[in-house]
Design a protein around this ligand. Structure first.
Ligand code: M6R
Length: 596
């Protein structure tokens, strides 16, 4: 949901390439528009920005030639103000001697804009990021110094955001955090700040974490963190990040999504090994066991993992769980929560605003808050009492793939442990995942050619495959822009069957135990001319009744259900490419949704 990066270096240098590379590594957060600003010692701010993706805009506006000793790059995902050159960030203040950019949302920006205009400032856009710059300008005009002006601006700007700003009047960059991610990188002759680590780690591994209500003052020789409240200095030691950066390279694959699909065999194995040795698990399991109500909470793909979790916990461990979308958790359950309840909050990014709002509601009830999260250090890890990592490394592509698989595996593992079953069969998953990808990729690629012109599809599942069908449908609509609805297979005859005409594609996802039921559903479609595509075990009934069968390797139903997501991920990927889209960066979307 927008990405910012700012850097201060000891001497003036070509900063354009550094900003370009940092921007590329943040582009999963927003790609409607992009802008770069450099501040140089001659007292000039060079600001270049426009609508489009970073490589195209960067080339057109020659970002690589920009020089300075301070620089800012911003990647935009539009919320306030349509994608346009004027609404692109960074923004200047009225006189053009202050430049800044934000990520997140300043929710009172409309009122603020009116105030700024009334106070005689020049407002050029309808984007809320510009409010951050004028909010600082307002206090500089009242003779505050930069630190004090930024602190006062923070009080005026409502919402969840982070911003970075620099003035020609001094040699620093200032950044604040209020509800949106922010981290600082420390080098020998520079310091930098960013919404996320992938843009920092190629430059330095020394990282300072920043928390809400803090201001960072960046210098070439280091960074100072102060409290917004009273300006006092905070002592914080840098940590060294050892994580591999391979994840942020495509590694020979055409897209990050394809690479991340293929990584699932490896990351599932790493997760299982982590879980097997995790001390943190025992108290969580004990508490889950005793909970009055167990809620599984997430959004989008993470919510589908919650659905899978509830099916596994119910089926295997006889532990009832309530899977619920984060905003609905507040609307439906907040008044009924009690300290005897447990909530597992599931999120790849750990920054999804809908999820963080749900955590706030949960906090008020006194219930236990556990996290299942990929990004370590994210707000979710800070807001939960205990959390389990997904051990996936960076997931760059906007469509979630490997994190979904590891979320589901975690729930499966918890269910096995609660059921006192041996977890050994789960250790077969990496091999089964590898095999499924190998078997299905070619077949699916061919199917994508056949389906390339289809603008309507259904994806149906039952029991353990119901959440998988929903996830497959989400993936398909997210990156192919076709309408694809996921549904419980038995519901199809209650209405949607009416849409079926000659050649209408309906995908059925089956486990062994549900084949008879699915076969009925398949025939209801095929006898009306529809095209039935089945994903399931090698089974003569599926093969005889469906037009096409994508087979899964023989294994237990619980594992087989999970494997079924792989052909669906691959189908979405190939279909997206067939239809001429970029699966990594679907239009209108962003990887991290830090707004309501
Ligand atoms: O970071 P989160 O897991 O909290 O994100 C939740 C959803 O925004 C996310 O899963 C989204 O649905 C994916 N892009 C789907 O592929």
């Amino acid at each position: 949901m927008c990405g910012i990066f700012g850097i201060v270096t000891r001497s003036e240098r070509p900063l354009g390439e550094i900003l370009l590379e940092a921007g590329r590594r943040l582009s999963y957060r927003g790609y409607d528009s992009v802008g770069c600003a450099t501040l140089n010692s001659d007292g000039i701010i060079d600001l270049r920005k426009d609508v489009g993706k970073i490589d195209e805009v960067g080339k057109r506006l020659n970002f690589s030639q920009m020089r300075g000793n301070r620089g800012i790059v911003q990647l935009r995902w539009a919320t306030f103000g349509a994608p346009s050159q004027q609404n692109a960030q960074p923004h200047l203040d009225s006189d053009g001697d202050l430049v800044g950019a934000h990520n997140g949302n300043v929710v009172n920006n409309v009122e603020l804009r009116e105030q700024f205009i009334a106070e005689g400032m020049t407002v050029r856009s309808s984007n809320d990021g510009e409010s951050c710059v004028h909010a600082v300008e307002r206090y500089l005009d009242r003779e505050h110094d930069m630190l004090s002006a930024v602190r006062c601006a923070y009080q005026d700007l409502e919402g969840d955001y982070a911003f970075v700003i620099g003035s020609l009047g001094d040699g620093h960059l200032y950044a604040v955090k209020k509800g949106s991610g922010l981290a600082v990188g420390l080098g020998d002759d520079f310091s930098c700040v960013s919404s996320d680590l992938p843009s920092i780690l190629p430059l330095t591994r020394r990282i300072l974490r920043v928390y809400d209500g803090e201001i960072v003052i960046l210098n070439a020789g280091g960074a100072e963190i102060r409290r917004v409240e009273d300006g006092s200095l905070i002592e914080r030691h840098a940590e060294t990040i050892t994580e591999s950066m391979e994840a942020v390279q495509k590694g020979g694959y055409a897209h990050f999504m394809l690479k991340e699909i293929h990584e699932q065999a490896v990351v599932s194995g790493e997760l299982l090994h982590w879980l097997e040795g995790a001390q943190a698990l025992a108290p969580i399991l004990e508490r889950i066991q005793k909970a009055r109500h167990l809620y599984l909470i997430g959004c989008g793909t993470s919510y589908h993992a919650c659905l899978s979790g509830a099916v596994y916990l119910g089926n295997l461990a006889r532990r009832a769980a309530i899977p619920v979308l984060a905003p609905q958790f507040i609307a439906q359950y907040a008044p009924a929560l009690s300290p005897r309840d447990v909530g597992i909050f599931v999120s790849q990014s750990g920054e999804t605003k809908d999820v963080l709002n749900a955590i706030e509601a949960a906090h008020r009830s006194g219930m236990n808050i556990y996290g299942l999260v990929n990004v370590i250090g994210s707000t979710l890890t800070q807001a939960s009492e205990r959390w389990l990592p997904l051990v996936c490394g960076y997931e760059i592509s906007v469509p979630a793939t490997k994190t979904f698989t590891n979320q589901v595996i975690t729930f499966l593992y918890l269910a096995y442990r609660l059921a006192n079953r041996s977890t050994q069969p789960l250790f077969d998953l990496p091999r089964l995942i590898q095999q499924t990808i190998q078997y299905s990729d070619g077949q699916v690629e061919q199917l994508a050619v056949e389906l390339a012109q289809c603008n309507d599809l259904y994806c149906l599942g039952y029991g353990m495959t119901y959440p998988i069908a929903l996830e497959g449908a989400l993936k398909l609509k997210e990156i192919t822009y076709a309408h694809c609805e996921g549904m419980l297979s038995t519901e199809f005859k209650h209405g949607p069957l009416a849409a079926v005409t000659e050649g209408y594609p309906v995908i059925f996802v089956a486990t062994q135990r549900d084949i008879p039921l699915l076969v009925s559903g398949i025939n209801e479609v095929t006898c009306r001319g529809g095209k039935a595509i089945a994903i399931g075990p090698q089974d003569s009934r599926l093969r005889a009744n469906a037009h096409q069968l994508l087979t899964l390797p023989p294994c237990d139903d619980a594992l087989s259900a999970l494997l079924a997501v792989l052909p669906l991920q691959l189908l979405s990927y190939h279909l997206s490419v067939q239809r001429g889209f970029d699966p990594d960066f679907p239009r209108n979307l962003s990887k991290t949704l830090t707004v309501d």
